[in-house]
Ligand binder design. Structure first.
Ligand SMILES: C[S@@+](CC[C@H](N)C(=O)[O-])C[C@H]1O[C@@H](n2cnc3c(N)ncnc32)[C@H](O)[C@@H]1O
Length: 227
């Protein structure tokens, strides 16, 4: 794909950043039925005070998988509310079960695509941080349009972050790290720090897989440059 197309500002209809395929086991179904209703945020514009029952810093994790980082963040920051958005039902079920076992109550879920959630439900300047940990790398060049970090997603996240709030991205794929550098530079207006691994993030999930495969981890902390 040409660089011009990769840096296209507009979202591309029908281009998904995930593969919507999984098997829902009886255990997954039981966990979702038992635990999702209390943890899921209602459809429509998010009213944090009504939903979380308090005024708190709200952190969004995009593509939380089975939730190790989301749970660790919520446990380490009891005064914050962490909203995990994930399409993959078995991952959500596993996260809910683990959070329930640990008694973590400040972890919330939207089971679905992060893009419409960010676009339609999250108010401007309302998020204390956005986390994107080990996004699907889509390493083939022809799939680069499926990578979550694009011009339009950077613009959307920039708008939803509170002033000074960080977008944290971690990846174990050198191709994706280069993609992030390129997209962020093309978008402009971000201060970029590399190599700052959050101390609360467990080495689990896809980070562990990447390390086991001999890949190195790149952490980005992006904040909007003051105007
Ligand atoms: C490679 S996994 C990483 C999971 C987890 N962050 C970890 O580090 O173990 C990427 C996850 O992002 C999810 N995902 C991809 N695009 C998404 C989107 N637009 N909205 C919500 N989840 C998405 C996928 O379903 C998948 O579970």
């Amino acid at each position: 794909m040409s660089i011009r197309k990769q840096l296209d500002h507009a979202p591309r209809p029908g281009v998904r950043t995930f593969t919507p395929r999984w098997r829902t086991s009886p255990l997954t179904a039981e966990r979702m039925e038992r635990l999702l209703p209390a943890a899921q945020v209602p459809d429509g514009p998010l009213d944090p005070v009504a939903t979380f029952g308090r005024r708190s810093p709200v952190v969004l994790e995009i593509g939380s998988g089975h939730g190790a980082a989301a749970i660790a963040y919520a446990a380490a920051h009891p005064d914050h509310d962490l909203l995990a958005v994930e399409v993959h039902v078995p991952g959500v079920a596993r996260m809910l079960a683990a959070a329930d076992d640990l008694g973590v109550r400040n972890l919330w879920v939207h089971r679905g695509d992060a893009l419409p959630l960010l676009t339609e439900a999250i108010a401007p300047a309302s998020l204390a941080a956005v986390h994107l940990f080990f996004p699907d790398p889509w390493p083939k060049k022809k799939h680069a349009k499926r990578r979550f970090v694009q011009q339009h997603t950077l613009a959307l996240i920039a708008d939803r972050l509170a002033p000074g709030a960080p977008l944290r991205i971690a990846t174990d794929h050198a191709v994706y790290a280069d993609h992030v550098r390129e997209q962020v530079a093309a978008h402009g207006g971000w201060e970029v720090v590399e190599g700052e691994r959050p101390s609360w993030r467990p080495t689990d999930g896809f980070e562990a897989k990447g390390l086991a495969a001999g890949r190195s981890i790149t952490d980005f902390r992006l904040t909007r440059q003051p105007r």
